[in-house]
Design a protein around this ligand. Sequence first.
Ligand code: ACM
Ligand code: ZN
Length: 724
Amino acid sequence: MKKILLTATLFLTAVSLVAQTVARMSDLTPQQKEGATDLILTGQLSTVGNSDFRQLRDLCHRLKRVDLSHSDVLEIPKNAFHSRHRLQQVILPHTLHNVGTQAFFACDSLQSIVLPASTATVADAAFLGCKGLESLIIEGAPSLGEFAFARCNGLRTITVRSAIPPRASASTFEGVDVRRCQLSVPKGSEDFYRKAEGWNVFFGNEKAGFEICRPEKCIVPNPEQLEVHGIATPLLVKQTWMIEADSQLDNEKKHALRILADRTGVKQNGRKGKIRLRLGLDNTLGHREAYTLRVTAEGIDIMGKSPAGVFYGLMTLECLLAADGMSGCCDVLPQMVLKDAPRTDMRELMVDPARIFIPFEELKAFIPEMARYKLNALHLHLVDDQAWRIEIKKYPELTAKASSRVGMDDMLIPIEGYYTQDQMRELVAFAASYHVDIIPEIEMPGHEVAAIHVFPELTCGAKQLPIRTTCGVSNELLCPGKEFTYEFLGNVFAELADVFPSEYVHLGGDEAGNPALGCWTNCPDCQTLKRRLDITTTDRSENWRLQEFLFGRVIDTLRTKYGKTPMFWYETDFKNIPEGCVTFAWRHGLTKAAAEAAIRNNARIVLCPGEHCYLDYPMARGDMPEVNWGMPVTSLQQTYKLDPAWNMGDAFERENLLGVAGTLWSECINSTERIYYQAYPRALALAEAAWSRPERRSWEDFRRRIMPVLRDMHRRGISYSMEF
Ligand code: ACM
Ligand code: ZN
């Protein structure tokens, strides 16, 4: 104890020697915020909007130590220091009442924390994943939420001054290494702690509950048919398993072994076991991704139309084993028969490493999580005005000169990195083992400033452009009148076709003509092209004809040379959807027009309307990102309400609808953990909208069914927005 106090005093002295002392964040210049490592704040700190806390988190990216003990603050707001990996020390004020949800989520360099006696609540997941946290001192008796200190497996000492155990939940210290962590409580109060929920784990005294899975309460997305039989002779799952699989199912067998070992906590080799898991193919099933899952007292049979179907059966099995999400694995499964198949073929999430780079291993780790919910495509927005993120061997200058910059709007952070082609091949193979397709996107003719920065000859007038460091839309476009534009795109797509085996390739196409394509109007090369194409209008429709020409040439190459299906973001001026292409309905209020265009052109469409599917928008007022370009709120219920068929009828659903997508544009997402925060739980709503039949969907039921899934996510250290 003395040692800890001494360390805290020394730390305070160290902070005061190097720290800047200010009342509030507004006393610092943007450059001072960018450079700050040690801060002492003494004023009344704001918690809403572009608050002092938001600025500490998002603008002080070097911050290591912050002393709030002289500040006037009652609350550390939700997400206050969410995923600030460099933060080592925080001194909390003696006036503190509450620490909000996920306030220190994954602050994994944080070493010690003292919760002052005034603290009344430490909310759910407040310190979840603070793996470097060694010492925790609780001066009073605050109520400690679910998963509040979960996965803090570096904890070695917890000192509580209250003789009455603070209220805790069974999950408060989930994943803490209780054998290596010393709990010190006031003399004479040990017995209270021994019996108290949450604290009992430190005494090896956890109540050994017997958990029965309730299938109708925990599967997301909801399956097509589920019949649960009596639980009189259930299947005991925490045993050794023997896995039998058809020869084409080696990959699924590996997943099965992984799931059973992870969940049951029993050593598994899959060869010998007390119960049997049988994986097989059943050609009589309808959809390519359909499966059946049957649980009997002897074991489980999963039959799929294809390996993908078997894989989805395994994803459902994992959901069943996770059950209520508290402990990682239930004890028994009731006997049941489950039949399932997706409503739509493509269930996509899109990520944007162009605006803020996503390191390769973290991008890879995103895949198993989406696959759990039967999402099957990951769309990579690889280039934009702010960066070029994919190695092109013919043009090494692209990544050399356009993959590193400082700044994304007010965040003056260094943002750098790109993916090598070898990494992308590794990603494709890894994703394939989870039945996730990787779809690359190269924007044209807009959102291409990074490429133009490297090759000015790509744009009209060969202008020298700086890489963009703000959000918004640039008026500078690729020039359709120059042959180099086609040569460049042809060479880029030739290399990508070799790296990404997906049937699909996305060409962007958004926001180049709306506002209109002014940059083409006065360009001599564009004028020559217009004359050649006999385009004489001057009402700007001529620009759309030019865009059509540019797209036509690229689409033709992609289809005939590489057998690809090009995709693009729908704009109303695209009167024709070229044959063999897929359009994406994304703009607020334009989905019906896009669907009608798809019907008219006999084309396929993916629905990602901003009203439901823009997962980068805040999920509630005040939720992250607190500062943005004016995004509307997209609540969980609003996402859930998505009708993938947009009430356009059976023929549309059958002939035109390919699937749905959720976008995670990254202008405001400055850590990988925050990608998950934005994505979930809305990606669960999207998954259910895309997978489950309308008669199997109900908001109230979904709202209940996600709770175990979300608990399991926190148990596994995944962040999600709790604002619903
Ligand atoms: C988009 O959101 N610009 C497709
Ligand atoms: Zn031009």
